[in-house]
Design a protein around this ligand. Sequence first.
Ligand SMILES: NC(=O)c1ccc[n+]([C@@H]2O[C@H](COP(=O)([O-])OP(=O)(O)OC[C@H]3O[C@@H](n4cnc5c(N)ncnc54)[C@H](O)[C@@H]3O)[C@@H](O)[C@H]2O)c1
Length: 422
Amino acid sequence: MATTKRHDVKDLALAPEGVRRIEWADRQMPVLAAIRRRFETEQPLNGYRISACLHVTTETANLMRTLKAGGADVVLCASNPLSTQDDVAAALVEEYDISVFAIKGEDNDTYYAHIEAAVDHKPHLTMDDGADVIGVLHSHRREQLGDIIAGTEETTTGVIRLKALEADGALGFPIIAVNEAQTKHLFDNRYGTGQSTIDGIIRATNVLLAGKRFVVAGYGWVGRGVASRARGMGSHVIITEVDPMKALEATMDGFEVLSMSRAAEVGDIFVTATGDKHVLARQHMEKMKDGAILANTGHFNVEIDIPALKSLATETREARAFVEEFTLADGRRLYLVADGRLVNLAAAEGHPALVMDMSFANQALAAEYAVQNAGELEKKVYGVPTEIDKEIARLKLETMGVEIDTLTEEQAKYLASWDEGT
Ligand SMILES: NC(=O)c1ccc[n+]([C@@H]2O[C@H](COP(=O)([O-])OP(=O)(O)OC[C@H]3O[C@@H](n4cnc5c(N)ncnc54)[C@H](O)[C@@H]3O)[C@@H](O)[C@H]2O)c1
């Protein structure tokens, strides 16, 4: 199909490879495919414009196809300057006739110009991963706020930003926090990020994980996924935390828990997964061993204090693709992976499609829910309704061929009563 859409992508000639890879991912996304088939018939998004700012990957392409099948007019830009897969961007424009503004490695100005281009689409619905479109709308495009029915937000960091906006009484339209669905964070953040973060580090460095001291900062959903996968690869995993409950869990899960100040002295590989700032700071870098590898899998590239690393270095060079070597005054070398940006998306391909199937089923159904309930939603951050969450789990199990039991009438009655103790 020849494109009719506005776009800014690297090279439309990459489209055939993108189509092959999108189709490959689609095979692992049966829940989203079932929703797409229903959307084709029911057209729940007919007449609605959607501006989506997500990682431009094969899985996202299948979400875009699903929204379009439901009747939406969709524009996509990138939620990270390094995560775009250029062949996918080309395929979306050329084969699926969807406007895309995203080029892998784009500079900051282009990144924000692309977000503005998505906002120019005058959306009724927004779809964010890190709240960048919502940020633009709430700063200098406020005149558009009134046209928007609702927005959805994919990740922990975005939800935190939006809850802060809500608490200030400044949220301009309702938000559905897709990250809060259990079928999202229990699987995507834990298993998806867990596996793909390890994948990104290995692809970038080719380091052997067995026998290494692997430090994970943050034992939230992402951190515990990374930690368990690193342990599975034979690393000695050390956790750092600020929340005593999470630190206790990590201890009882059998991990060593240390302060970062102590972990910095012994770690071979460091991965930040906190959503926080300067978790790896100057005082830690000053103590690190020669050859230490530093990577981040939290949303923004602020978890590692990169300006501090630069100021400590007397020399820098590219050691390998996606690995920058910083030589310090005493000769020690520290290695920063993927500019401290999401390592799983920058140096690997992001989450496997099988988990994104559930995350993006939530996105598609949240968009439908927002349209159906447009009149009732207030300017608040909502979770995904439990019925949608459970339905996605049920569908996923069905597509995996897993059968579960159902309560008998007698059991349901027993569990619902307070006096049937015997
Ligand atoms: N790479 C990806 O593809 C991907 C996928 C999902 C989420 N994320 C991002 O990963 C980050 C973490 O997400 P999550 O769902 O695990 O969040 P979470 O809230 O479940 O966990 C974050 C943990 O970090 C801890 N923490 C905060 N500051 C810390 C510090 N200074 N030192 C040590 N620990 C600290 C918190 O106590 C918490 O336990 C977020 O930025 C999220 O947006 C990335």
